[in-house]
Design a protein around this ligand. Structure first.
Ligand code: PXP
Length: 237
């Protein structure tokens, strides 16, 4: 089974644009779960342009599925995550001014740093996933620092899917077998949409979770949130 975790960044962005509490992020999270989402993801960045750190305890309180917090593990982020204790924390190597995440960890160069962060989070009973590019050595590095899961950065897959799906999926498909042998759970995210998600799911030996934000929320403008979530769930069956 592949769980659909809905990333609520864009809902928070819309809310923040008017400085009020509309749309209400917490209500939207509850509704996503009511419509079938199997997880809620947020990515609090240092400038809080999407989700705010003050949203985290409220989201944890109402989330009945799986709560995933992603982000760069600076001291503040780690302290807030440990306070909230989500089911999963996805570590992402993005710098504060980055528009969106666009690469995975160099798990070899950052080995010492990641080892310490992963240890600290796991000590607090938080499952740890590392955002990663489809590269065998980097995936081995993720296992070596003690990560429970990897999350494939699927931006390049999504970009190339429409011209050559087979080539687009090649390295993810091959390295996924290695990740599975290493005992890692396998997540995927970024630029996934109704067009490219089934092919991803069908071609990987294992896919535990996808987290999808931008396309899903954009689809919901036309189709409504309930229909949209159902359509994504159908694609993942
Ligand atoms: N995974 C990570 C680590 C991300 O940073 C994002 C974007 O916040 C996503 C998944 C979801 O990407 P998208 O919004 O393109 O679905």
């Amino acid at each position: 089974m592949t769980r659909l975790s809905v990333n609520l960044n864009k809902v928070a962005l819309l809310r923040n644009s008017r400085g009020s509490n509309f749309p209400d992020l917490i209500q939207v999270a509850k509704d996503c779960e009511r419509f079938g989402a199997q997880g809620i993801t947020v990515h609090p960045r240092p400038d809080e342009r999407h989700c705010k750190f003050s949203d985290l305890p409220l989201l944890k309180e109402i989330c009945t599925t799986e709560f995933n917090i992603e982000g760069f593990p600076n001291e503040h982020f780690i302290a807030e995550v440990i306070k909230v204790k989500p089911h999963q924390c996805t570590l992402v190597p993005d710098d504060p001014n980055q528009l969106t995440s666009d690469h995975g960890w160099n798990t070899i160069e950052k080995k010492g740093f990641l080892q310490d962060v992963v240890y600290e989070l796991k000590r607090n009973n938080i499952r740890v996933s590392l955002f990663i590019d489809a590269d065998e050595k980097l995936i081995e590095g993720a296992a070596n620092v003690g990560a429970d899961r990897i999350e494939y950065y699927t931006g390049p897959y999504a970009k190339n899917y429409s011209t050559n799906p087979e080539a687009a999926i090649k390295t993810i498909k091959e390295t996924c077998i290695i990740a599975q042998q290493l005992g890692l759970g396998i997540n995927a995210g970024h630029d996934l949409n109704l067009e490219n998600i089934r092919y991803l799911k069908d071609n990987l030996c294992q896919l535990d979770e996808v987290s999808i934000g931008h396309a899903l929320i954009a689809d919901a403008l036309y189709l409504g949130l309930e229909n949209t979530i159902r359509l994504y769930l159908n694609k993942l069956q």
